[in-house]
Design a protein around this ligand. Structure first.
Ligand SMILES: NC(=O)c1ccc[n+]([C@@H]2O[C@H](COP(=O)([O-])OP(=O)(O)OC[C@H]3O[C@@H](n4cnc5c(N)ncnc54)[C@H](OP(=O)(O)O)[C@@H]3O)[C@@H](O)[C@H]2O)c1
Length: 295
């Protein structure tokens, strides 16, 4: 056996691809899932060495139960912890409810914190690795993904400190920064209860409504064209096994474009975005608006 690894959010996408790969390579995988159906599917796709673990990263009791189970199975040593679970709400910043913003941070930031805090003693005992799946959105923020980007920026900062703090204990910490990968995250539309434009002025709500539909269509296209999650899983494997793991791994076909865009100064970036958005919104708007009318 190569070692033991816990992966959060292993029911689908990058987490599932990683669980399968590590299991096939001889790791004992504890695959975090949130439902009995997913537990059964994951169990069926892994060897008898590995197992699903019920783990909602926002549920402190489940985190403690998972920690106790992993400690008992491994004798208190965990070679790898992969914080992969994440959600995304695509919407204009103003349109999200306060609860949705809290939920975005609860899963993507506090969840990473809580799981890492719980499992670090086991990882330290093994002088193991902590991997956190951030996003290229931890470096760049586009319209309609500001709150997700904020959560990934926050994670990036937390991981930076954690890496510096843990090195003295022999624990290596790496941040994975994926661009787009073809997973179900792109099909998960922002739930209607997360959106609130009731008190928004009519012309603003109209513009946001059109933009939301465009964003959702764009997500379908991006999700369909993006590379398979196995490629991202391969990079996470490298972070787990390389003799000298890197602090950050940036992976994906679109990352260079995104990074280049993020380097543009606001006086160059803002008019470019405003021009493209206005053009698309005008094309989609039910009534043709002039440049002085709000769409
Ligand atoms: N795919 C991309 O293009 C992309 C790009 C950049 C970064 N990422 C990041 O990659 C990670 C994995 O995403 P993915 O693309 O593989 O998407 P995915 O297929 O939607 O997988 C997300 C996983 O997170 C789990 N999850 C959601 N809320 C959770 C919670 N409260 N507790 C525990 N698990 C929870 C989901 O479980 P359920 O099935 O139970 O909901 C699922 O297993 C995320 O952190 C995401 O932000 C993805």
């Amino acid at each position: 056996m190569k070692g033991s690894v816990l992966i959060t959010g292993a029911s689908s996408g990058i987490g599932l691809a990683l669980a399968k790969r590590l299991d096939a390579e001889g790791w004992r995988v504890f695959a975090g899932v949130r439902s009995n159906d997913d537990a059964a599917c994951v169990r069926a796709s892994l060897s008898s060495l590995s197992e699903p673990v019920m783990l909602d990263v926002t549920d402190s009791e489940q985190i403690e139960a998972a920690r106790a189970l992993v400690a008992a199975r491994t004798g208190g040593r965990l070679e790898g912890l992969v914080n992969n679970a994440g959600i995304v709400y695509h919407a204009p910043v103003e349109s999200l409810t306060v609860q949705a913003v809290r939920r975005q941070f609860e899963v993507n930031v506090v969840g990473v914190f809580a799981v890492t805090k719980a499992f670090l003693p086991l990882v330290r005992a093994a002088r193991g690795r902590v991997i956190v799946v951030g996003s290229i959105s931890g470096r760049v923020a586009w319209p309609f993904n500001g709150v997700y980007a904020a959560s990934k920026h926050a994670v990036r900062a937390m991981v930076e400190s954690l890496r510096l703090e843990q090195r003295g204990f022999g624990v290596r910490v790496s941040l994975i920064e994926p661009g787009a990968f073809a997973t179900s995250i792109w099909q998960k539309k922002t739930p209607p209860e997360c959106l609130d434009t009731a008190r928004t002025e009519a012309h603003v709500a109209l513009r946001y409504g059109i933009a939301q539909r465009i964003v959702e269509r764009a997500m379908d296209v991006i999700g369909a064209r993006a590379p398979a999650p196995e490629r991202c899983a391969a990079i996470i494997c490298r972070a787990l096994t390389a003799r000298s793991p890197r602090a950050r791994y940036t992976v994906g076909d679109d990352i260079w474009l995104q990074l280049a865009f993020s380097q543009l100064p606001p006086p160059a970036k803002d008019p470019l975005i405003a021009f493209s958005m206005d053009r698309v919104l005008r094309e989609q708007s039910p009534k043709r608006a002039t440049s002085r009318e709000p769409v």
